[in-house]
Design a protein around this ligand. Structure first.
Ligand SMILES: NC(=O)c1ccc[n+]([C@@H]2O[C@H](COP(=O)([O-])OP(=O)(O)OC[C@H]3O[C@@H](n4cnc5c(N)ncnc54)[C@H](O)[C@@H]3O)[C@@H](O)[C@H]2O)c1
Length: 252
C-alpha cells in the first residue's frame, strides 16, 4: 500500500483503544508522524510504542482545558504541531443515559462535557496550531444518533453528537478561507468497548443490526479508509461535510 500521509503530523484523541487506536495505527502505516492522545496515559503510551518507534503519546483529558492546552503545548515545543487532528474521544453512559424524563442532570452534564465540550476544546487548540502552520484537517467522529432518531433512549449522547456535527459545520465555515478543513465521519454501531452493553445483549444487538441494511455491525477497521482520505490532500475540496460509513443505516 502506498503511504498517503507521509507529510502529515496527526493527533488522535481517544487513541488508547478501539476506533481511535485503529485510526492511529493506520495513520502510522500511511507514513504520518502520529500522536496517540488519551486520558488513559498508560494505554496511549502502550499503543504508540506497539505501533512504531516514531509514534508519540500524550496524556490528554479532552474535558479539561488545562490538559488539552498542555498537550498541544508539549507537541509544539517538540516541533510536532499537528496538521491533522481526529476529534474522537467520547463516552456513552449506558445504564444512566435515558429518555429525557428519566435523565439526571449529572449524566447529561458528564456526557456533554466529554463529547461536546471536549470536541470544542480539542478543536480550539488544533485550530490555533493550524493557523500557525497555514492549514490542516480536523476530523470528528460523529454518529447517526446526531441526525436521526437512532439514539432515542440515549438523550445525552445523541444531543452531544448533534452538537458535534453543528460545531464541525460552524468551524468549517469560519476557517475555510484559511486552509483549515473540518469534516465528520458517521459510523454505525461499531463493536467496541463503548457499546459492550449492546454487544453482550443478544436482543439489543439483533435489534440494532436489523436497522443496518448491510446486515452486520461495523468494526473499527471499516472506518480507517475514510479517515485516511479526509486527512490527506485528496480531500482538499471537502469541508463542513458528514461522511456516513454505516452500512446504509442512515438511508433507511
Ligand atoms: N462504537 C460505536 O458504535 C460508535 C458509533 C458511532 C460513533 N462512535 C464514536 O466513536 C468514538 C470512539 O468510540 P469507541 O467505540 O472507540 O469508544 P471506546 O470507549 O472503545 O474508546 C474511547 C477512548 O476514548 C478515551 N476517552 C474517553 N474519555 C476521554 C477524555 N475525557 N479524554 C481523552 N480520552 C478519553 C477512552 O480512554 C478510550 O481510549 C466516540 O466519540 C464514539 O462516540 C462510536
Amino acid at each position: 500500500m502506498s503511504e498517503r500521509l507521509t507529510t502529515k503530523t496527526a493527533l488522535i484523541t481517544g487513541a488508547a483503544a478501539s476506533i481511535g487506536r485503529t485510526i492511529a495505527d493506520r495513520f502510522v502505516r500511511e507514513g504520518a508522524r502520529v500522536v496517540y492522545a488519551d486520558r488513559d496515559a498508560a494505554g496511549a503510551s502502550a499503543a504508540a510504542t506497539e505501533a512504531d518507534s516514531s509514534a508519540r503519546s500524550v496524556a490528554m483529558d479532552v474535558s479539561d482545558e488545562t490538559s488539552v492546552a498542555a498537550g498541544f503545548d508539549e507537541l509544539a515545543g517538540a516541533g510536532w504541531t499537528p496538521d491533522v487532528v481526529v476529534v474522537n474521544a467520547g463516552v456513552q453512559l449506558f445504564g444512566h443515559d435515558a429518555e429525557v424524563a428519566n435523565l439526571d442532570l449529572e449524566v447529561w452534564e458528564r456526557t456533554i462535557r466529554v463529547n461536546l465540550t471536549g470536541a470544542f476544546l480539542t478543536t480550539k487548540y488544533a485550530v490555533r496550531g493550524m493557523l500557525e502552520l497555514g492549514g490542516g484537517s480536523i476530523i470528528f467522529t460523529g454518529s447517526p444518533t446526531a441526525v436521526r432518531g437512532e439514539g432515542s433512549d440515549f438523550t445525552a449522547y445523541s444531543s452531544s453528537k448533534a452538537g458535534m456535527h453543528g460545531l464541525g459545520r460552524t468551524v468549517a465555515a469560519a476557517y475555510a478561507s484559511r486552509g483549515i478543513r473540518v469534516n465528520t465521519v458517521g459510523p454505525a454501531h461499531t463493536e467496541t468497548g463503548l457499546v459492550s452493553t449492546i454487544v453482550n445483549d443478544p436482543e439489543a444487538r439483533a435489534a440494532i443490526i436489523a436497522r443496518i441494511p448491510m446486515g452486520r455491525a461495523g468494526a473499527p477497521a471499516d472506518l480507517e479508509g475514510i479517515y485516511v482520505f479526509l486527512a490527506s490532500d485528496e480531500s482538499a475540496f471537502a469541508t463542513g461535510a458528514v461522511f456516513p460509513v454505516d452500512g446504509g443505516m442512515t438511508t433507511l
